[in-house]
Design a protein around this ligand. Structure first.
Ligand SMILES: [Fe+2]
Ligand SMILES: [Fe+2]
Length: 175
């Protein structure tokens, strides 16, 4: 079909958006740690941030190795991720956890859609997405176990963050 992406473009787009998303994730957790790092949830958040560091490094290595053009939005996500993480953390621990749950739910769907598109010609990339998806689900569960749903204005906060995350994914695939 005209306008449809060929296989290489599709894979490039996946690596581009995943690098961007993982940068966003690292920055969200860094923002949360700037506010809550010394508090009772500090260790929990640091654990998630350390997993995100590995996710980001993996996709940044793939960007170099496969000559993918990174999204022009990287500098924006660098700032926006931190602001989102620190901003929700300033609303309290539960709001920070609500942010984690909202973002990780969207990322779970996103990785799942990618996994479905990746065939046996991209086993390694598919396994990477599967592993990271499992860790994102772990992060979502940590958020739920730590009172995300008791955050003030949870549905509004959650829907706003999910919509922003989906828009960020859409942009990062294209720009
Ligand atoms: Fe991640
Ligand atoms: Fe995550």
């Amino acid at each position: 079909m005209p306008g449809e992406l060929n296989r290489d473009e599709l894979i490039d787009r996946m690596i581009r958006v995943d690098q961007a998303g993982e940068l966003g994730a690292v920055r969200i957790y860094q923002g949360q740690l700037a506010v809550l790092g010394r508090g009772p949830k500090g260790e929990t958040i640091r654990h998630m941030k350390e997993q995100e560091d590995v996710h980001l490094k993996t996709f940044s290595d793939l960007v170099s190795k496969r000559n993918v053009r990174p999204t022009a939005m990287m500098p924006v996500w660098n700032v926006a991720g931190f602001v989102l993480g620190a901003g929700t953390a300033l609303l309290g621990e539960k709001a920070a956890m609500a942010c984690t749950v909202a973002v990780e739910e969207v990322i779970d769907e996103h990785y799942q859609q990618q996994i479905e598109k990746l065939g046996d010609d991209e086993i390694e990339l598919r396994q990477t997405c599967e592993k990271f998806r499992a860790e994102e689900l772990e992060h979502r569960d940590i958020g739920l176990e730590n009172g995300a749903e008791n955050a003030p204005a949870y549905p509004v906060l959650s829907n706003a963050i999910k919509a922003s995350t989906r828009f960020a994914i859409w942009l990062s695939e294209r720009v």
